[in-house]
Design a protein around this ligand. Structure first.
Ligand code: AMP
Ligand code: ZN
Length: 475
């Protein structure tokens, strides 16, 4: 088993991933808030976490992964004010919160499946663990970390030796800049305190409420991840994941309440994926207009092309999305599939060559999940003079991590899927429009772009015909 080096937000260093039990990784992922479709930024985080889980398995670790589905308690402002996002979704669509949760949970997993993101072994809805939150909050009361005020229950951050372990901020900083529309909650003893249980908030419309020692109410957002993680993965967690926006306040608060309740350190390693951005600004579900995977599909991009787009860049760098950048990734991905489809399972299996490729691939992944470098090893394999048998065997193995359909693409590469056909036809229409207005430079540029996808075109009396690859489909 190789040591797996990964940046740890808590220590701010790239460190070998430690395990409580040698060879076993207990991994927790913050799941989606299911009040709307996931945007492609959210999906970047889930793609990279999926690759991380698969890379750990490839390196020989036994990974047990749990994820929550947030279907209650995540308020519009992370500072415990505003409406529950689930209620917002229900109002928007004139449905019940349960209907909204069920619809968008299914939609999330459908997106994951299209992106070849594996469903974590344990998936738990926040609303199914109320008893666990109550027990955890009671424990916090016993240990002197919780207080009731104004009908709600809060965590007292002043009782901690150190609160900002992930951000290294000083007490009192960070609060006004957390999110837009931050309102102060006057019940809090200290600015940094956070809600564990609500029986009263400024709005009264909460549909789902449960009995508790503090009255009829519902849990805060942070408590669900601590409780669900402890329920399924025990008192010690090896690895916790999320997007960078989760660092504060969500993960900071998870650490505070978990360590306070347990009386010892809780999670050793914190993995955070940087954001997918757009030139026009932040990608946000609450803004109403955002890019979804279905929208990419409608525009002709096969979902694995988006996965390829994510793998090309490092998880610790912001990634700017544009359709031009996605076009390039899609073209490169198509070309890669084509080249793999041209390999023949022939010749002798070269153990030494395979071992050298494996070494390069593993080294890249074990060095802070360098997926771009690991991807370059895929190209090294294809370009090498190893036998077809060796190449295919190694690529299939690598695809256990990348999940891009490498090594099983013979049929796919010569029979483009519908989405790809739509993309090509849209480009041809654009080229014909350019020709009609005598913009031949533009028309030629589109022909070249199509050629980069492996598509050749022929103009005839009945319009423009196209073909993909050798012996590909003719239209
Ligand atoms: P949410 O559904 O809002 O709870 O977020 C689900 C996951 O997506 C969390 O891990 C977030 O940190 C992550 N996330 C949110 N916005 C982005 C983004 N623009 N790029 C990457 N990950 C994001
Ligand atoms: Zn969480």
């Amino acid at each position: 088993m190789d040591d797996f080096f990964l940046y740890n937000t808590r220590t701010r260093k790239i460190e070998a991933l430690a395990q409580r039990e040698p060879g076993k990784i207990r991994m927790y992922t913050c799941g989606p808030t299911v009040y709307h479709f996931a945007h492609i930024g959210n999906l970047r985080s889930y793609v990279m976490e999926d690759v991380l889980e698969k890379a750990l398995s490839y390196a020989g670790y036994e990974v047990t992964r749990a994820m929550n589905i947030t279907d209650v308690g995540h308020l519009v402002s992370d500072a415990d004010t505003g409406e529950d996002k689930m209620l917002l979704g229900a109002k928007r669509e004139h449905k019940s919160v349960m209907e909204i949760a069920s619809f968008y949970t299914d939609a999330f997993f459908a997106d994951c499946e299209k992106l070849n993101v594996k469903r974590p072994k344990i998936v738990e809805r926040a609303t199914s663990c109320i008893g666990d939150y109550v027990a955890l909050i009671e424990r916090l009361f016993e240990r002197g970390y919780a207080y009731a005020a104004g009908g709600n229950v809060y965590f007292d951050t002043s009782k901690l030796n150190e609160y900002h372990v992930l951000t290294r901020h000083k007490s009192g900083e960070l609060f006004s800049a957390v999110r837009d529309n931050v309102e102060e909650d006057a019940n809090k003893r200290n600015k940094a305190d956070f809600a564990l249980w609500f029986t009263k908030s400024k709005f009264d419309g909460q549909e789902l409420r449960w009995e508790s020692p503090w009255g009829l109410g519902y849990p805060g957002w942070h408590i669900e991840c601590s409780a669900i993680s402890m329920k399924h993965l025990g008192e010690y967690l090896d690895l916790h994941c999320g997007g960078v926006d989760n660092i504060f306040p969500h993960h900071t608060n998870e650490i505070a309440q978990s360590e306070a309740a347990l009386g010892h350190a809780w999670c050793a390693h914190w993995f955070h994926v940087h954001h997918l951005t757009q030139k026009s600004g932040k990608m946000s579900k609450s803004s109403g207009e955002f890019l979804t995977l279905s929208l990419l599909e409608e525009r002709g991009y096969p979902p694995p092309a988006y996965r390829y787009f994510c793998l090309q860049s490092h998880y610790r760098k912001p990634l700017e999305f544009s359709f031009e950048a996605l076009d390039n990734a899609n073209a490169a991905y198509r070309k890669l599939l084509k080249r793999v489809s041209e390999l023949r399972d022939e010749g002798d299996y070269g153990e030494a060559a395979a071992a050298a490729f494996r070494k390069g691939f593993s080294a890249a992944l074990c060095n802070d999940l360098n997926t771009a470098k690991a991807l370059s090893v895929v190209y090294d394999v294809i370009k090498s003079d190893a036998s077809g048998k060796t190449k295919l065997a190694v690529l299939r193995e690598f695809d256990g991590v990348f999940s891009l359909g490498l090594g099983e693409v013979g049929a796919e590469a010569t029979a483009p899927d519908e989405a790809f056909a739509r993309l090509v036809e849209a480009k041809i229409a654009e080229r014909n429009a350019a020709r009609a207005r005598k913009d031949f430079k533009w028309a030629d540029a589109i022909r070249d772009e199509l050629a980069a996808f492996g598509v050749s075109i022929k103009d005839g009396h009945e319009g423009t015909a196209w073909s993909f690859g050798e012996g590909g489909m003719k239209v």
